[in-house]
Every structure is written in structure tokens, then in C-alpha cells.
Design a protein around this ligand. Structure first.
Ligand SMILES: NC(=O)c1ccc[n+]([C@@H]2O[C@H](COP(=O)([O-])OP(=O)(O)OC[C@H]3O[C@@H](n4cnc5c(N)ncnc54)[C@H](O)[C@@H]3O)[C@@H](O)[C@H]2O)c1
Length: 95
């Protein structure tokens, strides 16, 4: 079973990826490394450097995948105060 973890290079995601690999799952990570670290991703996982906001990257990440664990995020509340336009683009790309 192949599982896509978005944000898999982040704090929570990298631990989820490690656990999935330890339990024998095929894991693919989609992360744009805006906040995460490539070195945090378990070597057993496939890594795609890309964004959930990019359709081509998503298509690549979803190829052959049975389940998705979506952890890509800008979690700090302050970011929406500093750059609200960017957050609006993420929530609703048509803006
Ligand atoms: N850290 C906590 O204690 C905690 C607790 C409960 C819930 N959460 C939730 O878990 C999720 C992940 O939190 P975290 O602490 O791992 O954050 P994090 O910042 O460490 O990881 C987020 C990851 O998402 C990536 N990312 C951001 N936008 C992306 C995009 N458009 N496409 C691809 N990758 C993208 C970043 O590069 C980063 O690696 C958030 O939704 C957060 O609210 C976190």
C-alpha cells in the first residue's frame, strides 16, 4: 500500500513518514521545503520536491497512491497577519 504524506519534511510529517516506513508501507512525500527539511525525510520514502498548490506536482504525488495524509501547512497564526494575501491564495487559489 502506497501512502502520500504532504508536508512529510515537516515536524509532524517526518515522524509520520518514519512510522509508516517502519511498518512496511510504501511512502511518497510531497513537500515544497518552504518550512521543512529534506534531511528529515526517511531515506526509504520517495521524495518529491513540489507544492500541493501545483497540479502537476499533485498528479505526480498521487500516482498509484491509496491514501493521503495531508500535513502540508503554514501552521503559525502570525503568518496570516504578516501576509494575508498569501494565505488567501492557499485557501482559494482563484483569488
Ligand atoms: N506541531 C504540532 O505540535 C502540531 C499539533 C497538532 C496539529 N498540528 C498540525 O499538523 C500539521 C503539520 O504541522 P507541523 O508542526 O509538522 O508543521 P511544519 O511547519 O513543521 O511542517 C509543515 C510542512 O509543510 C510543508 N509545506 C507547506 N506548504 C506546502 C505546500 N503548499 N506544498 C507542499 N509542502 C508544503 C513545509 O515545507 C513543511 O515541511 C499542521 O496542520 C499543524 O497545524 C501540528
Amino acid at each position: 500500500m502506497k501512502i502520500l504524506v504532504t508536508g512529510g519534511a515537516g515536524y509532524i510529517g517526518s515522524h509520520v513518514v518514519l512510522e509508516l516506513c517502519e511498518h512496511g508501507y510504501d511512502v511518497v512525500v510531497l513537500d515544497d521545503l518552504s518550512l521543512g527539511h529534506r534531511d528529515a525525510v526517511d531515506n526509504r520514502a520517495e521524495f518529491i520536491h513540489g507544492s500541493t498548490l501545483n497540479t502537476a506536482d499533485l498528479d505526480k504525488g498521487l500516482n498509484g497512491v491509496t491514501a493521503v495524509i495531508h500535513l502540508a501547512a503554514f501552521k503559525a497564526a502570525g503568518e496570516s497577519m504578516i501576509d494575508p494575501g498569501n494565505i488567501l491564495t492557499i485557501i482559494s487559489p482563484a483569488h
